[in-house]
Design a protein around this ligand. Structure first.
Ligand SMILES: Cc1ncc(COP(=O)(O)O)c(C=O)c1O
Length: 388
């Protein structure tokens, strides 16, 4: 019998970045000088002391063996210390923290540890696709929470039908939000925690962008809400905060039972992250304030340059207060794919069309601030010339 892939794989929606990549590669093959505002991968290097910490640790033979699944004690202490400094949240490194091989790994595996077949997992739409992937791979039922301009990307979940609220097992939230850049005030997060208690569900908070913010206004963690630890686990990633996407290092922190379940699930599937990477993460977390301030200064200059330039050209662009994303309506009533193709064909500029990020996001595109000021200026000149 010929090989067939699993039905679960067949249920996955097409991954828009593959399609975009194909179009981008075609353009490059024709000699185009592409400026990519597409995928959210920092162009800035990991800071030298973090790289040096990895190099030192890699030379130590005791670091070459299997790591502990839940992570080095010092690594868990470093993330808990950071939560205390940054959010005023007290966590027990013994039971309320675990390391991950990137937050994608944790987000993808969490439903395997938290849900049974047929349980409902609610997640934001538009949103990071892995909330849905994890649900599909664990035979959960998905419930999409639509975030849009009308609800300020902070939907009032109390208005969901009682029949939906009563069957939610896990609610995914992500603030600051990708792709819309929305920030949730603590009062909104507190409402979610109250709702979770009332309807007896648990919350998974994706904090991948919590440390990319502008004007020094720091977005909160859901764990700052009193009582949140009874219901919530949060995923904090080194990827965007410290320009470490390739390193694969993140942490889950919060509710003890959820952390224990995630550890147990992972211990049966993977053997944790390479110790030298965790040791480098300790350096990142100890120096977090300086690394993050330096990144955010750069992103803010880029944001202001890009937005100022686009507005001069008549584009209607909202100002993101956090994340390195700009989420905006397409121009001239084009669909997101038409606009994506126009920018690619006329300006050699790559963006992400909204249709790939949410089921009702076709009128939007996402631009990423992972492009140097020089290239942003060049992109603006091309857009002006093309009259888009
Ligand atoms: C919203 C969001 N969450 C989580 C991730 C996963 O990041 P990582 O696996 O690098 O920690 C990403 C990556 O792009 C993201 O955009």
């Amino acid at each position: 019998m010929a090989f067939t892939e699993s039905d679960r794989l067949g249920k996955l929606p097409p991954y828009v970045f593959v399609q975009i990549d194909g179009l981008k590669k075609k353009a490059i093959a024709k000699g185009a000088d592409i400026i990519s505002f597409g995928i959210g991968d920092p162009d800035l290097p990991t800071a030298r002391p973090i790289v040096a910490a990895l190099a030192r640790a890699a030379r130590e033979p005791q670091n070459h063996q299997y790591p502990d699944g839940e992570g080095l004690a010092e690594s868990r202490e470093a993330i808990c210390d950071y939560y205390a400094r940054r959010f005023g949240v007290k966590l027990d490194p013994g039971r309320e923290a675990t390391t991950l091989i990137g937050s994608k790994e944790g987000i993808g595996h969490a439903p395997g540890a938290f849900i049974n077949r047929g349980d409902t997992v609610a997640f934001p739409d538009p949103g990071y696709p892995v909330y849905q992937t994890g649900t599909i791979f664990n035979d959960g039922k998905e419930y999409r929470i639509h975030l849009n301009e009308a609800n300020g990307y902070l939907p009032d979940l109390e208005k969901l039908p009682a029949s939906v609220l009563s069957r939610i097992k896990i609610l995914w939230v992500c603030y600051p939000h990708s792709p819309t850049a929305a920030v949730a005030p603590k009062s909104y997060l507190a409402k979610l925690v109250r709702l979770a208690k009332k309807h007896d569900f648990h919350i998974c908070s994706d904090a991948a962008y919590v440390d990319i913010y502008f004007d020094g206004v720091k977005p909160p963690s859901i764990l700052e809400v009193p009582g949140a630890k009874a219901r919530c686990v949060e995923f904090y990633s080194c990827s965007k905060s410290f320009n470490m996407t390739g390193w694969r290092l993140a942490y889950a922190v919060g509710n003890r039972q959820m952390i224990a379940a995630l550890r147990r699930y992972k211990n049966n599937l993977d053997s944790g992250q390479f110790n030298p990477v965790q040791i480098a993460g300790i350096e990142a977390l100890r120096g977090a304030e300086k690394y993050i301030a330096s990144n955010n200064r750069i992103y803010q200059r880029r944001r202001d340059l890009l937005l100022g330039g686009l507005r001069k050209l008549g584009w209607d662009v909202p100002t993101p207060e956090a994340t390195f994303y700009v989420w905006m309506k397409t121009r001239h009533g084009m669909s997101s794919m038409e606009f994506f193709k126009a920018l690619l064909a006329k300006c050699d500029i790559v963006t992400t069309p909204g249709f790939g990020l949410g089921s009702r996001s076709d009128g939007h595109i996402r631009l990423t601030l992972t492009v140097s000021e020089e290239r942003i200026a060049e992109a603006l000149a091309r857009i002006e010339k093309a009259g888009l």
